[in-house]
Design a protein around this ligand. Structure first.
Ligand code: B12
Ligand code: SF4
Length: 470
């Protein structure tokens, strides 16, 4: 019987991707690494723990509760982001109905930024980094945990928070995530060029301040990272134990520290590690020499946050990049043979039809292998959120968090209605999608899960253009 039972909640049924009507997990599902790190630290300290990845296994809430009942743990820990607020609350309620004595602790990006939303059935919200907070909570279970650092809880109807826990200075002290508790054969992403693929998270914190992003609040502004040696050892561990052939680095910016990137690439080449990888990266500093080395070290794809093709918008959202930086990065990556993904966001406050068109034109000019146009979404603890709330553009109490993804219209823009904005997004995506099919096919034909995914995508596409059933 595990003492601690960690849950990655299922996908809210309502949330569907904008381009093809399939749920996110149908084109990408990767390990809940936050829970796996917490489990690893608990195990290292002799605490029995299990993880249920209900998102990947597509389990409904009822099944999750059955599994909690069977496990009969002392603590249930749930991870939560913006779109899974309601599912998290329902699971917490169900757990308390099963047994009031079970403590329910939640954590993750959304509760960290908006703990006041979790008033009932939740004993504590872990703020920010969760490994040591959870460990301390479990150790203090029998004596009361109100003084554990880095938590927030409701007491006598008032929200109360202990001081934030200092960030983990030496990330290498963390054991590898407890992937043995996860369904490792179920993970995939359509962006991988090889299978099996899995994800890693090798740095925390972001020194930037993009107006739409809650990452600096969640992780802090200082960039902390695992050493190149730790990263390469983890990749080798994944290859040996799970036969992993490609790694998706989920860091906000894997290449932010040039010295680490360089040493990591050097080590991958020197140790002849035959595992490919891809990562998020800023467009700045992507010289050909650097990219060539990354390519030799196994880099197959770079995902760049360009955000806008309109210089004024880039300045307003404080992205601190220029269009020239983006053009150079995409050209250099193409020249050395690394595929590219361009992320854009449209519909920021103050944007107009013209500025959005500039973004769409710029996306075309960059000739990326893949592209995504998200809709500006104001997450709590971002400048965008403050802006929107101050102007009364969103009523906090009436937000439908289930649909608070990058694909649902949350904000109107200057000269466009919300519906028009959504139409522009879909049209822009469709054009790229049609153009991108050959790309997807060339990258994907060898992958075992690819045929199944192509079927889903074609069905979805037919539906999108109005030719399908459903
Ligand atoms: C990987 C990722 C995904 C993967 C998820 C894979 C998975 N199983 O985790 C995919 C691609 C599916 C995804 C989808 C989406 N994502 Co996402 N994603 C990320 C990303 C890049 C990394 C997350 C990660 O792996 N972190 C690594 C681990 C170690 O950290 P962690 O999970 O946060 O856990 C730590 C703490 O939060 C805490 N903790 C977490 N859970 C718990 C639970 C307990 C009990 C405790 C004590 C502590 C605790 O302790 C952990 C260890 O320190 C983050 C950005 C980022 N840099 O954080 C965005 C991010 C989390 N995603 C975000 C969003 C908005 C989405 C989408 C809604 C986007 C969309 N398409 O519309 C969807 C939602 C899908 C859904 N859940 O239904 C936002 C969340 C914003 C918010 N404030 O809620 C983020 C922060 C990106 C951003 N810049 O805004 N995402
Ligand atoms: S979008 Fe990227 S660079 Fe900007 S604040 Fe978020 S994590 Fe940092």
């Amino acid at each position: 019987m595990p003492e601690v039972f960690l849950v990655n909640p299922p996908d809210p049924r309502s949330m569907r991707e904008f381009l093809v009507p399939m749920r996110i997990r149908e084109h990408e599902t990767l390990p809940p690494l936050g829970l796996a790190y917490i489990a690893a630290v608990l195990e290292k300290n002799g605490i029995d723990v299990d993880i249920l990845d209900a998102w990947t296994l597509d389990l409904p809430i009822q099944k999750v509760l059955e599994r909690v009942g069977e496990a009969s743990p002392k603590v249930v820990g749930i991870t939560c982001d913006a779109t899974r607020v309601n599912v998290t609350k329902e699971i917490a309620k169900g757990v308390k109905e099963l047994d009031k004595q079970i403590k329910v602790v939640i954590g993750g990006p959304f509760p960290t930024c908006y703990p006041q939303y979790f008033r009932e059935n939740i004993d504590a919200v872990a703020l920010g980094e969760g490994e040591y907070t959870m460990l301390e909570l479990v150790r203090k279970l029998d004596h009361g945990f109100d003084d554990v650092m880095g938590i927030s809880l409701f007491k006598n109807e008032r929200l109360y928070a202990t001081p934030r826990r200092p960030p983990i200075e030496n990330l290498d002290e963390l054991p590898f995530p407890a992937r043995h508790l996860l369904p490792m054969d179920k993970y995939f992403t359509l962006l991988a060029s090889k299978a099996p693929v899995t994800s890693m998270f090798t740095s925390r914190g972001c020194p930037f301040e993009c107006a739409f992003c809650s990452v600096p609040y969640q992780w802090g502004r200082r960039y902390r990272m695992h050493s190149p040696r730790y990263v390469v050892s983890e990749i080798e561990h994944l290859a040996e134990n799970y036969g992993i052939k490609e790694v998706d680095f989920k860091d906000s910016d894997f290449t932010l520290n040039p010295d680490r990137t360089d040493k990591f690439c050097h080590s991958m080449i020197e140790r002849k590690v035959d595992v490919r990888w891809f990562c998020n990266s800023r467009v700045t500093g992507m010289t050909k020499a650097r990219l060539e080395k990354m390519k030799r070290a196994g880099c197959s794809l770079l995902l760049f946050g360009v955000e806008s093709g309109d210089p004024d918008t880039l300045e307003h959202i404080r992205k601190h990049i220029t269009l020239k930086d983006a053009e150079d990065a995409f050209k250099n990556a193409r020249d050395v043979g690394i595929a590219t993904f361009a992320y854009f966001i449209i519909g920021f406050p103050g944007e107009t039809k013209k500025s959005i068109q500039r973004t769409i034109d710029f996306a075309r000019k960059l000739k990326p292998s893949y592209v995504a146009f998200s809709l500006a979404t104001p997450y709590p603890k971002t400048e965008l959120w403050d802006w929107v709330i101050e102007r009364g553009l969103l009523e906090e109490d009436s937000i439908n968090w289930d649909t608070f993804s990058f694909y649902d219209v949350n904000l109107p823009v200057e000269d466009l209605s919300a519906t028009e904005l959504k139409k522009i997004q879909t049209r822009a995506m469709k054009r790229f999608y049609v153009r991108g099919v050959p790309n997807l096919l060339t990258r994907g034909w060898r992958r075992p899960f690819f045929r199944k995914k192509v079927r889903i995508a074609v069905r979805g596409f037919l539906h999108t253009i109005g030719a399908g059933r459903n």
